[in-house]
Design a binder for this molecule. Sequence first.
Ligand code: NAD
Ligand code: GDD
Length: 325
Amino acid sequence: MKKVLVCGAGGFIGGHLVKKLKKEGCWVRGVDLKENEFSISPADEFIIGDLTNQQTVREVLDMPFDEVYQLAADMGGAGYIFTGENDANVMHNSATINLNIIHQAHKAGAKKIFYSSSACVYPSFNQENPDSPLCTEDSAYPAMPDSDYGWEKLFSERLYLAFSRNYNMTVRIARFHNIFGPEGTWNSGKEKAPAAICRKIAEAPDGGYIEVWGDGKQTRSFLYIDECLEGVQRLMESDFAGPVNIGSEEMVSLNQLAEMIMKIANKPLTIKNIPVSHIGVRGRNSDNNLINEKLGWAPNAPLVQGLKKTYQWIREQVLCEMPAE
Ligand code: NAD
Ligand code: GDD
């Protein structure tokens, strides 16, 4: 039976990954600072522990796992990583986690390790035009990410690749582009735009309005969790180390995203665009040429499909939290 370690198993992507691995018959150890918020993890073992602590990482990586998935990070959406207020923690916590894990994975003889990087590694100067951002994998250098979160991801990509070269470790790296779906954080201050806008629409009274940060013309692409995990699995089974984009090429503006969700909710509301400092890059879209070439596959499900499932789940959460009349 394949033995797998999932770091960050209490989080959004890690939680879904554990469920998938269990369905496929793996033995799974999960580790996180906290348990899953919205469901009970089916992991065979779930260790509550701090991966910035070297001793914890020694205990967690005490055998030669067949696969290690490193998803633990101090992260969040624009309201968390672009305000500047969390930069020191984001860099220190995530870099320490990655330094600890790759070192111990090497010592323990981990057979294959997956690292979750981000589209936030791409240079801000290539993402100034919302209609034609450049996010090919080779455009990451010369480097100029727009956030310290992105710089840490770039550093850690290099860390995993250095261990791969010098110690012959098998490493796979994906750059995720805004992953969304049910059981993602939706009201913690770390939520990303799809969850935040679903929540705002579900909470708004009929005929009311929602606030969308910025002028609403900034663009992004959003990838549903199931396709993200399929991409991760295909990458792990391939001979390609990466880094490779795992994202959707269906780019929309933030106001278009809000319009799509209002249509799903059957709730026409007014959009108020409000100026804030935490906007991030003007445009971002996955470029899927490399994933197509190396894996013979790329995500292609329409955004609206994933939004329908996500809106329904967030609406249920909102209704549960509303005070009884
Ligand atoms: P998440 O915040 O839901 O999950 C990360 C988990 O890491 C959390 O449960 C958190 O408690 C845990 N963690 C943080 N510090 C820890 C520590 N010191 N010790 C143990 N656990 C710790 O985020 P997610 O959306 O599931 O993202 C997973 C990974 O994918 C992260 O590395 C993230 O940077 C990367 N990523 C995600 C997206 C996205 O859109 N969701 C995009 C790009 C990259
Ligand atoms: N979070 C959030 N909440 N963003 C909003 C909102 C809102 O209510 N309204 C508008 N936005 C805008 C943000 O200002 C930003 O311009 C855009 O929507 C997208 O915001 P997020 O979804 O929060 O983050 P991001 O796409 O800039 O970055 C995310 O994706 C990266 C990978 O592509 C983050 O999750 C990063 O951590 C991740 O690496």
